[in-house]
Design a protein around this ligand. Structure first.
Ligand code: ATP
Ligand code: MG
Ligand code: MG
Ligand code: MG
Length: 482
């Protein structure tokens, strides 16, 4: 089943259950406290937090998302992209756990010919929050799941709140068992490679009076109007329904991966990522496929490369893709071949990437060219520094990393990556303190100039499982001259 069809069925199913279909919002969140839309619920935050009255009781969407906090996972796990689409259904003070669980089970397990996704019931596992006996009982009653396939998890995985006093509540997640070839028995509590998380149901049930941390908060009582917020990863369902090994091999991503393989003359294999997740050509091709798509979608939504905030995220994605192609042995500009492959894979669902392609391509290609110039000018110096440090048996000094940054516009992440490839550590702390000194010297200039850094508390919260978002380099590279 193609991604477009997965999305179509999603909307059709929930509109048949009286949900209002709401088009995807932009990746650039309208919420000023967020860099990007990181989940399907983001456009609905005012309704979910009761700041505004929702214009409908039930809504359904397929939302474009960016999670830069997952950037280091890309290509190494089977399931993380920086851009992905989150299918969501929402209830604003309307239905609650019974219906949310009922809808999820019906849609996942109804046969393909009945409009569902036709998943094998015996491969589905769920988790519920420690004390959420109600949800556990519903999974038994509605889905007929045996008790051993309903696992309990704690606040870290199965509790949602905004990080502020306000709504919060337990989650229940649905996992798909890919089979014993992928890992040990025992369910998602034991293994998240074999048991792949596909859908998170959030039950906004309580009013929290104080929130000290992710796992430390006070519950004041039940919310007068309880909400449902769910998110299913479209690509994760696609990888299951398309019978492929991972996110990057699904229909909207794979063509770019194939283009990267063709350009580099390397043969792509699905080789298991867990065994040797670092620096294999397969990982590089997956990184290229993911990042090129994210860049396409970000530029399409109005982001342009820059040295801070959203623009820096875009810049870093493009640079990482260019770097990955170089590591695959291709030193010339590749975006003119890669970007059209991504456009063609995405235009069926997002016609604007085709209509606006000339502008998107101009921005992306210019960024690649500028980065290739940076690499060309700094690589010789970098190699010299590596050779000298190795001969001296030291790590690459902070002063050297700073000089590379200051003179050649070499971003620290590039220095770190190139040093790591050469088996060399970098005195990052030394680099940072030199950056800080430089920044302090420039402080008079900067005084009065408003900081571009967003409050990321909500963003951090939305990335469950201890993920932190990428904020470091935009600060570090604020003065980078690329
Ligand atoms: P994981 O534990 O696998 O990182 P998560 O718990 O962080 O996922 P949620 O915040 O619960 O994810 O988001 C809801 C759903 O969105 C997930 O169940 C998953 O299907 C999908 N999803 C989340 N992050 C990604 C990603 N980086 N790439 C693709 N799909 C994702
Ligand atoms: Mg989750
Ligand atoms: Mg995650
Ligand atoms: Mg999770």
């Amino acid at each position: 089943m193609q991604s477009q069809e997965i999305a179509r069925r999603w909307i059709e199913f929930f509109t048949s259950k009286d949900h209002t279909a709401v088009p995807s919002a932009s990746l650039v969140s309208s919420d000023p406290s967020l860099l990007f839309t990181v989940a399907g619920m983001v456009p609905f935050i005012p309704y979910l937090t009761a700041r505004e009255e929702a214009p409908y009781d039930r809504a359904v969407s397929v939302q474009k998302c960016i999670r830069t906090g997952d950037i280091e996972e890309v290509g190494k796990t089977a399931r993380h992209g920086t851009f992905f689409q989150m299918c969501g259904n929402f209830s604003f003070g309307n239905y609650f756990k019974t219906e949310a669980i009922g809808f999820a089970w019906e849609l996942l397990t109804s046969s393909i010919s009945d409009g569902g996704y036709g998943l094998d019931k015996n491969r589905l596992w769920v988790t519920v929050y420690l004390d959420d006996d109600e949800a556990a009982a519903l999974w038994q009653q509605i889905a007929g799941l045996p008790a051993e396939r309903i696992q309990r998890m704690g606040k870290k995985d199965n509790y949602w709140h905004t990080g502020q006093p306000g709504p919060g509540g337990p989650c229940s997640e649905i996992y798909y068992d890919r089979g014993p070839a992928y890992g040990p028995d025992g369910g998602p509590a034991v293994d998240d490679v074999r048991y792949i998380e596909i859908w998170n149901l959030v039950f906004m049930q309580y009013q929290l009076s104080a929130v000290r941390s992710k796992e430390d908060f006070d519950v004041a009582g039940e919310l007068p109007k309880k909400n449902i917020d769910t998110g299913l990863g479209l690509e994760r369902l696609a990888l299951i329904l398309q019978g492929v090994e991972n996110f990057y091999e699904t229909d909207q991503v794979r063509p770019v991966l194939d283009a990267a393989a063709a350009i580099s003359g390397k043969e792509y294999t699905s080789a298991e990522t867990a065994a040797d997740p670092h620096h294999t050509d397969d990982v590089r091709m997956r990184v290229v496929a993911d990042h090129i798509r994210s860049a396409l979608m970000l530029i399409s939504d109005g982001v342009t490369p820059s040295n801070e905030g959203r623009g820096y995220v875009l810049r870093r994605l493009i640079r990482r893709a260019v770097r990955a192609m170089r590591l695959l042995g291709v030193e010339r500009a590749c975006l003119p071949e890669l970007l059209p492959a991504s456009r063609d894979a995405m235009k069926g669902v997002y016609p604007q990437v085709e209509a606006d392609f000339e502008r998107i391509a101009r921005i992306a290609y210019a960024e690649e060219k500028s980065f290739l110039r940076t690499i060309a000018s700094g690589t010789a110096r970098m190699e010299e520094a590596v050779t000298e440090s190795k001969a001296a048996g030291t790590s690459l000094s902070g002063a050297e990393a700073f000089a590379l940054h200051d003179t050649y516009g070499f971003p620290i992440d590039l220095t770190l990556e190139m040093a790591e490839e050469a088996g060399l550590a970098v005195d990052e702390a030394g680099f940072r303190s030199l950056m800080l000194e430089q920044r302090q010297r420039a402080q008079a200039d900067a005084r009065g100039k408003k900081s571009g850094h967003a409050d990321l508390s909500v963003f951090n919260e939305l990335l469950a499982g201890g993920q932190t978002i990428f904020t470091g380099y935009d600060e570090l590279d604020g003065e980078s001259r690329v």
